[in-house]
Design a protein around this ligand. Structure first.
Ligand SMILES: O=C(O)CCC(=O)C(=O)O
Length: 272
């Protein structure tokens, strides 16, 4: 399988419309790949909280339309990263519900929506996404020819139980769009490798480059195999990271080193 991770440079000088057009044409240039992956919230920047409300779109808004067309023009599976999704709900996010969500879109090579995933773990503690957006509640997997993809977004990477849930649902390749800051780059690389090793799965983690809302981005998109080996890693700037990988390696690794079979679930709590 050939995957291209497009590590988009998100800088404030570029309008959302112009970035959308530029990204659509980058996706078209990936014709021949099986899977193309974009980062989290690349229209606004993951840290540009003030822009979330102004630039939020309905699920089938301009980014959906542009990415569906780019996927079908290129004939690729496209994980189009995530958008600030606006829903019809008028309830606030205090209860973890809309009206905004950080929603990832996955398109088939014919431009059909194959999956939408609302980010479950919202980043920011008591500000930003954590207060402006609702929390997704559902794990999402997508069947591609040759592999089942489990999707997660950025801060989700810190929550191993989410990935175990995806593995239990059949995931063999974990695709993680992000807008990870440079300041915690060492966590990004470490956690991407940890999620691959513990789940015996491929990890394709695609971040952004550039600086938005004053937050320098880590870049360093990374592809890790089920043994934890780094197959490819981007630098800090905008870049298309292309990698060939063999989906059958997941089954081989799980068979030859069957650690997942030794999981013990439902352990008793310590006695007081
Ligand atoms: O967990 C982190 O350090 C970064 C998370 C993040 O930036 C996000 O989820 O948008």
């Amino acid at each position: 399988m050939r995957a291209s991770l497009i590590q988009i440079g998100v800088e404030e000088g570029e309008s959302v419309d112009s970035r959308r057009r530029r990204v659509a044409s980058l996706v078209r240039e990936q014709a021949g790949a099986d899977l193309v992956v974009l980062p989290e919230l690349w229209t606004t920047g993951a840290f540009a909280y003030e822009a979330f409300t102004a630039e939020a779109e309905p699920l089938e808004g301009p980014t959906y339309e542009a990415m569906a067309k780019a996927a079908s023009d290129a004939g690729v599976w496209l994980h189009a990263g995530s958008i600030p999704e606006r829903t019809a709900s008028d309830s606030g996010s205090a209860a973890g519900e809309g009206p905004l969500y950080n929603t990832s879109l996955v398109f088939s090579p014919s431009g059909e929506l194959a999956a939408a995933y609302r980010k479950i773990h919202r980043f920011g503690f008591d500000k930003g996404e954590a207060v402006l957006m609702g929390a997704g509640r559902e794990l999402v997997t997508v069947r591609l020819p040759g592999t089942t993809v489990g999707v997660a977004t950025c801060y989700d990477l810190r929550f191993p139980e989410l990935f175990r849930g995806l593995v239990d649902a059949g995931a063999e390749t974990l695709v993680i769009p992000a807008g990870w800051p440079e300041r915690r780059r060492s966590h990004w690389t470490l956690l991407a490798q940890a999620r691959a090793v513990e789940n015996q799965a491929y990890v394709l983690a695609c971040g952004t480059a550039g600086t938005h809302a004053g937050v320098p981005q880590a870049g360093h998109s990374i592809v890790v195999d089920p043994w934890g080996e780094v197959l490819a890693e981007a630098g800090a700037d905008e870049e298309v990271l292309t990698v060939e990988f063999d989906p059958a390696k997941v089954g081989v690794t799980r068979e030859q080193f069957p650690a997942l079979k030794d999981r013990l679930l439902g352990l008793a709590a310590p006695r007081r």
